[in-house]
Ligand binder design. Structure first.
Ligand SMILES: CCCCCCC/C=C/C(=O)SCCNC(=O)CCNC(=O)[C@H](O)C(C)(C)COP(=O)(O)OP(=O)(O)OC[C@H]1O[C@@H](n2cnc3c(N)ncnc32)[C@H](O)[C@@H]1OP(=O)(O)O
Ligand SMILES: NC(=O)C1=CN([C@@H]2O[C@H](COP(=O)(O)OP(=O)(O)OC[C@H]3O[C@@H](n4cnc5c(N)ncnc54)[C@H](OP(=O)(O)O)[C@@H]3O)[C@@H](O)[C@H]2O)C=CC1
Length: 255
């Protein structure tokens, strides 16, 4: 991406204090954007701000699952060129061991809250003919044993993205999902033991992880408009891992 691509543009990045959200924020800032970063914890956001070293990074503590607070916050932003729906995640458990509250929490974070953010951002996006990039998982519609709740939620978000892409095209808004392979962030390290992560990476057809820099560049590219001949698509930037059965990656029976 050329320097200054995002000059004069404003992006909202959720989960901007860690991992992918931080890398995306720093890349957009380097390309000239003003970035509004949110997350629940103030400390990681402040660390991103220190790394950014520019007052074009503004940050606020916000739980995207707090619908009223999220709606009010997004409405207060005004015009928006890019929403990066990155805050998300799950826990690994066999389907039969996921409680009702556990299922609801993961669906709320990865579908309901993300969808509500997109809805809240609509007036601001329409004012700027903006774009939405939602972080997803590889091939959620084909199923991911071990994280059935998250696969269901991400498939829902992919369907919402495609549905809105048809309707909101009239407003000049493009929406995409981006599914990285394994990105070696602290977050994924907390979620999966090192040996499981190593096995997942080893069985990826390209035999490697997806780097933070690659994910950040893809988000920037989709957000910049270079992909505006496309809308509503889920891009798998995953070394082919979506082609491999998640059950075999887990090496366990899921019930
Ligand atoms: C499987 C093979 C392929 C793997 C590829 C994976 C690639 C993906 C990588 C990533 O996504 S990296 C991101 C990493 N970060 C995270 O995932 C963290 C996200 N987690 C959260 O944000 C939260 O933990 C949550 C999942 C949204 C839950 O938040 P909440 O505060 O609402 O939870 P609680 O109130 O603590 O619990 C609610 C409910 O959930 C049950 N639960 C929580 N953790 C587990 C667990 N590990 N196992 C089973 N159940 C769990 C908890 O017990 C509560 O239910 P009840 O007990 O009250 O019934
Ligand atoms: N790493 C990987 O291999 C892959 C990751 N992904 C997806 O990419 C995204 C980022 O992952 P990654 O950077 O690795 O993981 P992290 O756990 O580092 O990132 C999650 C971020 O979301 C924020 N967040 C979580 N819940 C909320 C909430 N309710 N409200 C506001 N912010 C919230 C967290 O901040 P805080 O706790 O302060 O709220 C954190 O900054 C996730 O959606 C993940 O599922 C997809 C495929 C692979």
């Amino acid at each position: 991406m050329a320097d200054g691509t995002f000059a004069g543009r404003t992006a909202l990045v959720t989960g901007a204090g860690t991992g992918i959200g931080r890398a995306v924020s720093l890349r957009l800032l380097a390309l000239g954007a003003t970035v509004v970063g949110v997350g629940r914890r103030a400390e990681p956001l402040a660390e991103t701000a220190a790394l950014a070293g520019t007052d074009r990074f503004r940050h606020t503590s916000l739980n995207i699952r707090d619908r009223e607070a999220a709606d009010a916050f997004v409405a207060g932003l005004g015009g928006l060129d890019l929403l990066v729906n990155n805050a998300g995640g799950q826990f690994v458990a066999p389907a039969t061991e996921i409680s009702r509250r556990g299922f609801d929490a993961v669906v709320d974070l990865n579908l309901t809250a993300q969808a509500a953010l997109v809805r809240a951002a609509y007036p601001g996006l329409a004012a700027r003919r903006g774009r939405v990039v939602t972080l997803s998982l590889s091939a959620p519609e084909r199923g991911i044993a071990g994280i059935t709740h998250s696969a269901a939620a991400r498939a829902g978000m992919a369907a919402l993205t495609a549905s809105l892409a048809r309707r909101w095209r009239a407003d000049g808004i493009s929406l995409f999902c981006l599914a990285p392979g394994t990105v070696l962030t602290d977050g994924v390290g907390d979620e999966l033991p090192a040996e499981v992560l190593a096995r997942i990476v080893a069985t990826t057809p390209l035999g490697r992880d997806t780097t933070l820099a690659e994910v950040a560049e893809w988000v920037a590219a989709l957000g910049s408009g270079v992909a505006d001949a496309v809308s509503g698509t889920l891009f798998e930037v995953d070394g082919g891992s979506g082609l491999v059965s998640a059950a075999s990656l887990m090496g366990q029976e899921d019930r």
